[in-house]
Design a protein around this ligand. Sequence first.
Ligand code: NAD
Length: 508
Amino acid sequence: MATPVRESALAFLKKLGVQDSAFASSGLAARSPITGETVATVRAHSAAEAGAIIAAAHEAFLTWRLVPAPRRGELVRLLGEELRAAKDDLGFLVTLEAGKITSEGLGEVQEMIDICDFAVGLSRQLYGLTIATERPSHRMMETWHPLGVCGVISAFNFPVAVWSWNAALALVCGNPVVWKPSEKTPLTALATQAIVERALKRFGPDAPPGLCALRTGDRAIGEIMVDYPRVAVVSATGSTRMGREVGPRLARRFARAILELGGNNAAIVAPSADLDLALRGIAFAAMGTAGQRCTTLRRLFVHGSIYDKLVPRLARVYGSVRVGDPRQTGVLVGPLIDAAAFDGMERALGDARAHGGIIHGGQRVAGIAGDAAFYAAPALVEMPAQAGPMLHETFAPILYVTRYQSLSEAIALQNAVGAGLSSSIFTLDMREAETFMSAAGSDCGIANVNIGPSGAEIGGAFGGEKETGGGREAGSDSWKAYMRRATNTVNYGATLPLAQGVVFDVEG
Ligand code: NAD
């Protein structure tokens, strides 16, 4: 018999170093989707406190920007060490608070460790170009400088990893970080903050007070960060609805925005596909994290010639997958985050039915926990055409499947939605694979071949186009979003030739 959720969560919070002062009799109710029970009430920051935290972070910026980048990297190296030590405990807390199965909870913390490793190396690689100039005895180059306070707004479904993708990079780039986690997952945020405090303590006085701060509260606290002039860059992860509110507000004060918004990801299964591999790839991408990943596979286009081979097999997999308490071995699909998520799923399925969809699964699964928890069988929906709910993200385990006849038709269908996050093709045909990844192919930020659209690693830039917001986080050169670029031209000669042949001779 598993330890009761509340008892277990409180014990892990204590073990991870969260102080009792983080809790209060009123504030944010932190619940576990495993049982639906309230685990603790977390103290929420007032607007005045939130402002003071940002002001302190700005003070921290004035000194942190002068600390050499490799030394800043040492703080992130220590953070990585602390995360390694806390991996099992924090991973399990992710399971308790977000409802992920245990390997996914641990995987989330591993991703935090990975980005720390990446950022430590990056701290010695913040490079700029040297550029040829047309003027003799001149040198032109670009230098990258810290930008200012980095605000992070995160979603419930990656309650801690999203913070780390931003924080590890922002810190080595010379920026303080102020974090507004999802109001649905404050506990893992508190635990992460306790881990950060340990790394800061080991790092010593080079880290100014206020360098890494947490602000708990609802979206109003996020809005303060968005509007606050001292916050130079806001990385906001969440729904497209949120991005539509946050984006224009940031633009109004010319602040930088990294928007990581909703996805409506597709996969194409071509006639030559390895169907065993495709089946496994589709199953993980569509049902993993109970369909609550931004990169979850939501639309599947199967070539007409193989539809009847693949889809019945897929329906059997959907019927056999184990839904249940995510702490149990063998369970692959845990709970939905809350009642609203289940309502959204039911609505989308009703809409799909009205559009002629044939639904396999999708019902509420009883007998796992009480009425306050929401477990659903993942739904596979055969659609006569791409229409209705297929065109929008529903944050639940629903996979719509439809037939296609030509690759160009499949690519057009895939690109015909607002979101542009992730995509994939299953094919053994090189021409198809290359076309899919070409300028005429997928319009998404992520385009994979022979793997599903979800489960990225931190080495590549992560993010998407169109209604996904255009932001990039993690690997490649995403770090540039956290720094400001200066172009420097140096004249080491004794004359002053002007660019473009301009003559401006003065007497004297
Ligand atoms: P959400 O939009 O409801 O909330 C996300 C965060 O934004 C929360 O912290 C919330 O308090 C804050 N927020 C909401 N409105 C705000 C406003 N007007 N101003 C400032 N802050 C505001 O999203 P959610 O339900 O927590 O997460 C699910 C969504 O996130 C899905 O759409 C999913 O696709 C998306 N997501 C995207 C990525 C990505 O990298 N593209 C990653 C994870 C989740």
